[in-house]
Design a protein around this ligand. Structure first.
Ligand code: BTN
Length: 255
């Protein structure tokens, strides 16, 4: 399987305007650090084969298998717009790209995970820097089961383990950046409501018993502001704006 992320190869695959400049290194601590530069324009993308200090949400680490993962950070400069919403925008784009390439139904587990068959194949990390947002996206692409982190809150999968075949990381990146540009453009111009139906169609949590943000109940839809609606035992609905979702039982694949 050809899986070349070097600039010469990616230039031929790139769709749209994200990825200019394209900063490629064989190894780094975290791609998040490579685009934390006020001088870089919106759309700058950093990509590496291996991170020695990959970061996940809530201070966690993000592990990769060198040469098998897609590890990228995109510099965006959203005008207004709540930051947590951008996490949903990026998760939606990632799910769409994964589905386009693998054919497997990809769902968004609010607020930032992408699941196929109940397995987490991608995660999003947003970090704010001087008027910009570094949007980090990690996709497990070519890892075999034994190369994936064990004991994670949501069991991990890769595009290989869920589809049974290898995938070209250059094609995954090109699809991802193309989808991100489209979703980001829609969100920037029309707000989250314009992408809510697409997000709702990929809502991995709807109907599941969850504990999140100090409440327990049944997850419902994604609220117009980007929070998660939870139906409480009393029958009332509350909206949780941020937090880590704990699913009681395994995550359903939806549909
Ligand atoms: C999560 O699910 O906790 C978010 C994971 C985000 C991982 C990506 S990989 C590229 C970028 N660089 C990092 O150090 N983290 C993000």
């Amino acid at each position: 399987m050809r899986s070349d992320l070097r600039p010469e190869a990616f230039r031929r695959l790139r769709r749209g305007r994200l990825g200019d400049p394209y900063l490629y290194v064989e190894e780094c601590r975290s791609t998040q650090e490579l685009v934390r530069d006020a001088a870089l324009p919106e759309g700058a993308v950093a990509v590496t084969e291996h991170q020695t200090s990959g970061r996940g949400r809530l201070g966690r680490t993000w592990e990769d298998a060198a040469g098998s993962s897609l590890l990228c950070s995109v510099l965006l400069r959203p005008q207004g717009g709540a930051l947590p919403q951008l996490s949903l925008v990026a998760a939606l784009a990632t799910a769409e790209a994964i589905e386009e390439l693998t054919g497997g139904r990809a769902l968004v587990k609010w607020p930032n995970d992408v699941l196929v068959d109940g397995l987490k194949v991608a995660g999003i990390l947003l970090e704010q820097v001087e008027g910009a947002v570094v949007t980090g996206i990690g996709v497990n692409v070519g890892q075999e089961s034994h190369e994936l982190p064990a004991g994670t809150r949501t069991p991990a999968g890769s595009l290989r383990t869920v589809s049974g075949r290898g995938h070209d990381r250059g094609l995954v990146l090109a699809a991802l950046l193309g989808r991100l540009e489209a979703a980001y453009g829609t969100w920037s111009g029309q707000g989250l409501e314009a992408i809510l139906p697409a997000l709702e169609g990929r809502n991995a949590l709807r109907g599941l018993e969850v504990v999140v943000g100090g409440v327990q109940g049944v997850a419902a839809g994604i609220a117009p502001g980007g929070g998660l609606e939870v139906v409480l035992p009393s029958g009332a609905t509350t909206v949780v704006e941020s937090g880590e979702v704990e699913v009681q039982g395994s995550v359903d694949v939806g549909e």
